[in-house]
Write a protein that binds this ligand. Structure first.
Ligand code: 86X
Length: 509
């Protein structure tokens, strides 16, 4: 089947045909609640995060995107360094022998592997794969580098791109053929140490979503069906997109157990000269995080950026008026930017003179800048500025003398409000279902379903079969660590057998 993947915002030319309303600048032609898919494509393009590319499923990440990525990267990188995890870089290319060394893990994924078969016009003697993930690239060297217990733990991370040649519905950030991520790979002498790290990393992922992107997530464990097949168990943070009624796996932290150690012979000698096998973890989050943020917070005016990750937190717009000298207003604008910048707030002035203030307002709203600061003659007179919030449009006049303090305060409030609104929406999308009928009803209402489950793989397969359809089957999202009480005698929603746990279910990305 040909790629029917990448949805483009307009038939041709990825968003070139902007609806330009005079005075108010570029707008969105689709509403979030009416046509979510096209709304999303328009937002990521018109906000200048993404440019569509001439290879299906690949996207250009523009500076507005990379600034967000770099902020999350700086946070995560600093945190893992505190955990004594070291950065490294392994090659992009994988030799076929190494890739296939671990057959079980590769088997289901094989169709997604991209290969280089030529250099110039001549065929390569041996085709070379492009990494879809780096287990098979790294673990032979783990085997080489780990000799004795003094070589443990070995804790590595790399920031890189990976390629998975997917054939189904590419969506910017959420599912693309090439994406950026970090992949952590660690090896320990004991399972206990590995178990601790799995949850420490998962907590960092929760913090990226909740403290940086203002997106609520559920921490939990994946079912046997949904876990990484090569590992022992998989934990994840799960987000939810109310508009589409789909769950989205936000990041994963796996305990690999000793499966890979066996295959790659990653052995060590302990203090007593006995041979042991390492316990391994792997974990990753990707640029998908950014897509989840756009989907959760964006509105009909465009992107809405949480202040922590916004490249520009406050945009200062001069509002000239008939007889007031422009210079005074411009001076006040650059002074405001200086003051905020010195206080560590990312502020810029939009002093271009070929656009009206109204056009600038729409432009920066489209780009999701958390705060707009307007400065006009009245403000000069009163020694104040007018501040307008992107998240709720609230306006406030702030005395220049108190600018930094109040702007900092408002930025914190914007984050809190974004998180709270998102959490309320998410929570009101959760439906408890105790029977199949309740489950199906909630699924048709695009809910995220919390249901008592017998925890049997065959039953999950059954749920998938019974819910198969145009828009995809339902599956388990995760078993939340925070378990509601499960009264004795509670039955599984799908099998009628005794339930063992509460698990989230739904359609997903
Ligand atoms: C699973 C597992 C794991 C390291 C993580 O989730 C964290 C970081 N890796 C990745 N996975 C694959 O193993 C895989 C393998 C091939 Cl060959 C492929 F084409 C696609 C894959 N997708 C996911």
């Amino acid at each position: 089947m040909a790629d029917q993947g990448a949805k483009k915002p307009n038939a041709k030319g990825g968003g070139k045909k902007k609806e330009v309303k005079k005075e108010t600048g570029l707008g969105l032609s689709k509403k979030k609640d009416e046509n979510f898919g096209e709304w999303y494509s328009e937002v990521v393009v018109n906000s200048e995060m993404i440019e569509y590319y001439d290879i299906s499923g690949c996207y250009i990440l523009r500076p507005w995107t990379i600034a967000i990525w770099e902020t999350m990267q700086a946070f995560f990188d600093a945190e893992i360094k505190k955990m004594k995890i070291k950065n490294c870089y392994f090659p992009l290319f994988v030799s076929p022998g190494v890739l296939e060394r671990e057959k079980d893990h590769i088997e289901g994924f094989a169709p997604e592997v991209a290969w280089v078969t030529k250099s110039g016009k001549s065929d390569l003697e041996v085709p070379i794969a492009i990494r879809p993930t780096s287990e098979t690239v790294m673990y032979p060297y783990f085997a080489k580098w780990i000799r004795g217990h003094r070589d443990l733990p070995l804790k590595l991370n790399q920031w890189c791109n990976v390629v998975r040649w997917e054939f189904s519905n590419a969506t910017p950030f959420i599912r693309s053929r090439e994406f950026l991520w970090q992949e952590g790979h660690t090896a320990f002498a004991t399972k206990a140490e590995a178990d601790v790290e799995v949850l420490e990393i998962l907590e960092l992922y929760r913090r990226i979503y909740e403290e940086y992107l203002a997106v609520p997530v559920v921490k939990g464990k994946k079912s046997e069906n949904e876990k990484f097949a090569g590992g022992l168990y998989t934990t994840s943070v799960e987000a939810f997109i109310p508009n589409t009624g789909r769950g989205v796996q936000g990041a994963t932290s796996h305990c690999l157990g000793q499966n890979f150690a066996k295959m790659f012979e990653i052995n060590f000698e302990n203090e007593n000269r006995e041979k042991g096998m390492v316990w391994q973890n792997s974990w990753a989050y990707s640029t998908r995080t950014i897509g989840v943020m756009v989907m959760v917070h964006g509105d009909d005016k465009g992107l809405v950026l949480p202040p922590k990750v916004a490249a520009i937190q406050a945009i200062v717009v001069p509002v000239p008026y008939k007889n007031t000298p422009m210079e005074e207003i411009y001076d006040a604008c650059s002074k405001t930017v200086d003051t905020l910048t010195k206080a560590g707030i990312r502020a810029e002035a939009d002093i271009s003179d070929n656009q009206t203030p109204g056009w600038k307002y729409s432009h920066w709203e489209m780009k999701g800048v958390p705060l707009r600061i307007e400065i006009g003659p009245k403000d000069l007179e009163k020694n104040q500025v007018r501040v307008v919030r992107r998240d709720n449009s609230a306006k406030e006049d702030i005395p220049v003398s108190n600018l930094v303090e109040q702007v900092q305060d408002i930025l914190v409030k914007i984050h809190e409000n974004l998180f709270n609104v998102a959490k309320e929406k998410r929570d009101s999308s959760i439906k408890v279902a105790k029977t199949w009928e309740e489950f199906m009803e909630a699924l048709n209402q695009k809910k995220m379903i919390l249901a008592p489950w017998c925890d049997e793989q065959a039953i999950e397969e059954d749920v998938k079969k019974r819910t198969k359809g145009e828009i995809g089957a339902a599956k388990s999202l995760c078993t939340p660590f925070e378990q509601p009480e499960l009264p004795e005698g509670t039955l599984c929603f799908a099998s009628g057998k005794p339930a063992k746990k509460w698990t989230y279910w739904g359609r997903s990305y």
